[in-house]
Design a protein around this ligand. Structure first.
Ligand SMILES: N[C@@H](CCC(=O)O)C(=O)O
Length: 269
């Protein structure tokens, strides 16, 4: 089974594309909805919560866990890979979504001016700046933290006037920093749900980039290059959902993310 983890519902935007690209594989999606959002939490807390989820997914039989959350990828991935994995399960793998996205960043903008919208945690980590500079040092990258967006999405507020106000405000702040931006990366897996509001707040020539398709394509490539992991994955096309909140809460929220009639089991760490 492939484990897919997010602080809440946002990872479903990645999960959707992963399943499309790998329809035969078995998946477990785990949303830590009871503790979402992670975005404004401390490094230590995000690390601790993410590690608990990774351990749970390993125990359920996932040799591969994808952190479908930029905040967890930015704040917890490296420590888990370097410090925990060697003792916890040296043959298992945990992958994030920042590196694969950064590898493609050169194709997002025509002017070479890219905007990044993410949670406070992702932006403060500077992970995107570092990773993109590694592959495309010429690219001018400007970040903007959008502290409330993930909470609003998590609560189903995807088209309210309040949400529109914050989306417009944060995009204005981004474009003020670099008016030449012609592409914006949604560097939080919750944000594709705000696409209509984001689109209407941007000039028409600005391209909006989401991560789902990129992560799915890179995962397929990863499995092709890593038969030792691929061989350990089960392939019956089975999908399970787990949440730290109630099954009812998850089913209701998941419909916004295109997963209807989902029954999630409650899990606690
Ligand atoms: N899924 C979000 C995390 C949002 C949050 O929990 O604040 C991300 O990609 O960063």
């Amino acid at each position: 089974m492939i484990g897919v983890f997010d602080s809440g519902f946002g990872g479903l935007t990645i999960f959707h594309d992963l399943r499309k690209a790998l329809p035969d594989y078995d998946f477990i999606y785990l949303g830590d909805n009871a503790r979402a959002p992670y975005g404004s939490r401390s490094y230590e807390t995000i690390y601790r919560y993410t590690l608990q989820a990774v351990k749970a997914l390993f125990e359920m039989g996932c040799p591969l866990v994808i952190l479908a959350c930029n905040t967890a990828s930015a704040r917890a991935l490296r420590t888990i890979q370097q410090r925990d994995l060697p003792t916890l399960a040296p043959k298992n793998r945990v992958l994030g979504i920042i590196r694969p996205t950064a590898e493609d960043a050169g194709s997002f903008s025509k002017t070479g001016h890219l905007g990044i919208l993410g949670t406070s945690g992702t932006v403060a980590s500077g992970s995107y700046l570092l990773e993109i500079a590694r592959f495309f040092p010429q690219l001018q990258v400007t970040q903007q933290a959008c502290p409330l967006w993930a909470s609003l999405v998590e609560n189903g507020e995807v088209d309210s006037d309040g949400t529109r106000f914050f989306v417009r405000r944060d995009i204005r702040l981004l474009l003020q920093k670099d008016p030449q931006i012609d592409a914006v990366l949604l560097a939080c897996t919750h944000y594709p749900l705000l696409s209509p509001l984001i689109r209407e707040s941007l000039p028409p020539y600005v391209q909006v980039v989401s991560q789902g398709e990129i992560v799915a394509r890179k995962t397929v490539d990863y499995l092709r290059r890593h038969p030792e992991i691929e061989n350990r994955l089960t392939r019956r096309g089975k999908v399970e959902f787990l949440t730290t909140d109630t099954p009812e809460f998850f089913s209701k929220g998941a419909t916004f993310f295109g997963e209807s009639n989902v029954f999630a089991k409650n899990v606690s760490f």
